[in-house]
Ligand binder design. Structure first.
Ligand SMILES: NC(=O)c1ccc[n+]([C@@H]2O[C@H](COP(=O)([O-])OP(=O)(O)OC[C@H]3O[C@@H](n4cnc5c(N)ncnc54)[C@H](O)[C@@H]3O)[C@@H](O)[C@H]2O)c1
Length: 438
């Protein structure tokens, strides 16, 4: 069976494309050829490609014609090869498309190389990276693509760069939404909610239109909980359950602080929940967390430290890091994104759980419906999750959770114009900070 597709010369032109299975087929050959480094032929952006089960035909070489250079495959990832090859390729899994926004930013600079190396999805999982940048960051995005080229990752079969989410998110199985505007000097949180909310409304619509119907979406760009809510509301054809806001960095920070206080290695800390918003109202839950399988309060007897210092340390860790570094955490955020993805694609260890900001409808804890709130989750490793039921609460925990809940409900009212819930009304309880802000 032979397939053919026209590749578009422009990022803004829709075109017939190879389906993901067809791409996978081509990519399988590509992998073989990458490893053998044999006879590459330039694949022009506006040429017809043919590939079949047994061979890939090289197109007639013409010069790439893309005045702005803002679309489609990048550099070496535009090459295809004219070899017949099918042996050695059977053990590869089907290619998956991973879309990353803010791909020229600091977090992505760490994350992309982990994704391409196989550290995240495994050593037998070829991936295509679809990188979304902003108009301003496009040149930097080309630099990122050049570094990916030069890394010779055998699992990396395609890199596309672009600024149009409707193109970049096409057939995405994972969408890691990192790109956002930072809060500028003097900007109120309400202003940040609006400016970034518009980005996530547009990206939600694009995902709804072109991504895989079961795409998993991880929102990192801040304010990530409310951005995730906006995104899912603008993507009604994708299950709301598929949207996550990243609170894994907060979980990792909390585990580290508990381990430090208890004098144990941090892999001894489990069952750590971050409740609520990825802001300074977040609640690191030391009531349900465990150290060496025992309740934290039995191991750390200094309960005053737990209630006062520990909680604040976790809430403000990002701010302290900015003071030291002069910029916000990027490497540890990338690590926590990897952790968050792995938690969904590998079974959660028996008795343990992980935190993620997820849609609250149907939650068993009595938290308000229709917001994105960090809660304890378990996964069978199929990309899906369920909320953990056997959780205990005390007055301290409930009071803190209520504060974060009130903040998120207020944020939701602020962005009603972006979620289809009517006219926005901004009455944020206080101008709370993101963990990375001072
Ligand atoms: N949830 C968390 O735990 C967590 C932790 C750290 C940082 N963050 C947030 O992650 C975001 C990115 O952080 P960073 O350090 O990588 O920032 P950065 O400024 O280095 O990179 C952001 C990139 O996004 C791009 N961008 C802006 N608007 C875009 C759009 N509409 N589409 C695509 N790209 C766009 C920018 O041009 C820039 O290249 C920030 O909002 C930050 O607050 C979240």
């Amino acid at each position: 069976m032979a397939v053919a597709a026209e590749l578009s010369p422009s990022s803004h032109t829709k075109s017939t494309r190879l389906s993901s299975s067809q791409l996978s087929l081509c990519s399988t050959h590509l992998s073989y050829l990458h490893r053998r480094a044999l006879r590459p032929v330039a694949r022009p952006r506006n040429a017809t490609i043919s590939c079949s089960v047994n061979q890939i035909q090289a197109p007639i070489a013409v010069q790439p014609e893309d005045p702005k250079g803002k679309s489609d495959c990048y550099g070496i990832f535009c090459l295809t090869y004219d070899l017949k090859a099918e042996e050695e390729t059977k053990s590869w899994k089907k290619l998956i498309n991973v879309a990353v926004s803010g791909a020229a930013g600091m977090i992505s600079n760490h994350l992309l190389f982990k994704l391409a190396s196989g550290e995240v999805f495994g050593p037998d999982q070829p991936i295509a990276l679809k990188l979304l940048g902003s108009e301003r960051s496009f040149q930097a995005l080309e630099g990122v693509a050049m570094e990916l080229e030069d890394s010779l990752f055998p699992l990396l079969r395609e890199v596309k760069i672009g600024i149009d989410p409707y193109e970049v998110f096409e057939d995405a199985k994972w969408a890691l939404l990192i790109g956002a505007k930072p809060r500028g000097p003097g900007m109120e949180r309400a202003g940040l909610l609006d400016i970034n909310g518009q980005i996530f409304a547009e990206q939600g619509k694009a995902l709804n239109a072109v991504a895989s119907r079961n795409v998993k979406v991880l929102v990192v760009g801040n304010p990530c909980n409310t951005n995730a809510l906006i995104c899912l509301k603008n993507a009604p054809n994708i299950p709301a359950k598929n949207f996550h806001a990243l609170t894994r960095l907060d979980e990792n920070r909390a585990k580290c602080q508990l381990a430090l206080k208890a004098g144990v290695f941090y892999d001894k800390v489990s069952n750590m929940t971050i409740w609520g918003n990825h802001s300074t109202t977040q609640v690191p839950d030391f009531l349900n967390a465990k150290i060496n399988g025992l309740p934290v309060k039995e191991v750390i007897k200094d309960h005053k430290w737990l209630e006062e210092e520990f909680t604040e340390k976790v809430q403000k860790r990002g701010g302290v890091l900015i003071q030291k570094w002069g910029r916000s955490s990027a490497a540890s955020t990338a690590v926590s994104i990897v952790d968050a993805i792995k938690s969904l694609i590998t079974p959660t260890p028996e008795g343990d759980w992980f935190s993620s900001g997820v849609y609250t409808n149907g939650n068993p804890y009595g938290i308000a419906q229709d917001i994105v709130f960090s809660m304890p989750c378990r996964s069978k490793g199929d990309g899906d999750y369920e909320l953990v039921k056997d959780i205990i609460f005390d007055d301290y925990l409930l009071k803190r959770i209520a504060k974060s809940e009130a903040e998120l409900l207020a944020e939701k009212r602020c962005v009603a114009h972006l979620t289809g819930d009517g006219v926005a009304f901004c009455d944020l309880p206080e101008d709370t900070m993101l963990p990375g802000e001072m």
